[in-house]
Design a protein around this ligand. Sequence first.
Ligand code: PLP
Length: 264
Amino acid sequence: MTRTDAPVTPPVVLTVAGSDSGGGAGIQADVKTIEACGGFGTSAITSVTAQNTTGVQGQHLLPIAEIEAQIEAVVDDFDVAGVKTGMLATSEVIDLVADHAAALPNLVVDPVMVAASGDRLLAAEAEDAYESLIAEATVVTPNADEAAVLTGRDVDDPVAAERAGKELVEMGADSALVKGGHVPGDAVVDTLVTEDGVTTFRHDRVETEATHGSGCTLSSAIATQLAHGDDLSTAVGSGIDLLASAVRYNVDVGEGPGAVHHLV
Ligand code: PLP
C-alpha cells in the first residue's frame, strides 16, 4: 500500500537505563512517557531487572560492549534530539555514557541509586563516578537522597536543596533539578538551579504509595520536551506538571503499591 500522507517525524529520544519487568519504572516507563510526550522512544538497556510492584527479585547487568553497541546503533542511525539516563548500575557504565556524551544532546541525568522498594540499583562504589557524567549533563535530576549522596551533605529542606543544586552546577552540570518529593511537607517543592539563578516549582502533595516510576517519568518527559525545542525552564515545568498528574492518576496493578500512570 502506498502511503500518501506526509510521514510524521517526532523527535527521537534515547533512554539509557535498566529494564523493569514490572513495567512501572525503567526503560518501560521511559518509552511510554517519551511516546506520551510526542517523541519517538529508543533505548540502550544497561541491566535487566526481574521486578514487580513488591520489589526487585533479580538484576542482570549486560556486558559493557553490548551497552555500547546499543548506544552506537541508535546514534549512528537516528538524529537523536534528547537523551535520558536512569539505572546505570556500575561505574563502568557511567564512564561509558560520559565518553559518548558528545553524541548525546539534551542530556538529562537521573542519578538512580535505590528503587522505591529500597533495593539498590547502583553499586555503592559507583556513587563517586557520577561526577564525570554530571559534568556533561544539560540537567541532573536527583531526589533529595541522591543529592545528599552526590554532594556529601544533608538535603532536607528547600534551602539545602538550593545549595546542593549550586554544588552540582559547580561540578559542571548546566543545571540541576533537586526534587522535593522525599522531603516531608504538605507541598512538594522542586528546585531548579542554573548559572542564571534559581526557580522553584511547587505542587500539592498527593498522598499515595504509588510513586514507583516517578523519577523515570519526569526525566523522560524533560528530555522529550527539550528534544521538541522547549527551553529548560519550560521543559522542566511541563515535566513536573505531567508527573503531578501521573502520580494523582496512578495505576493500581499488582500486589504492591502500583505505579505512576505514564500516559496521562
Ligand atoms: N530504573 C529501574 C530499572 C528501576 O527498577 C527503578 C525503580 O525501581 C528505577 C529506575 C527508579 O525508579 P523511580 O522512577 O521510581 O525513581
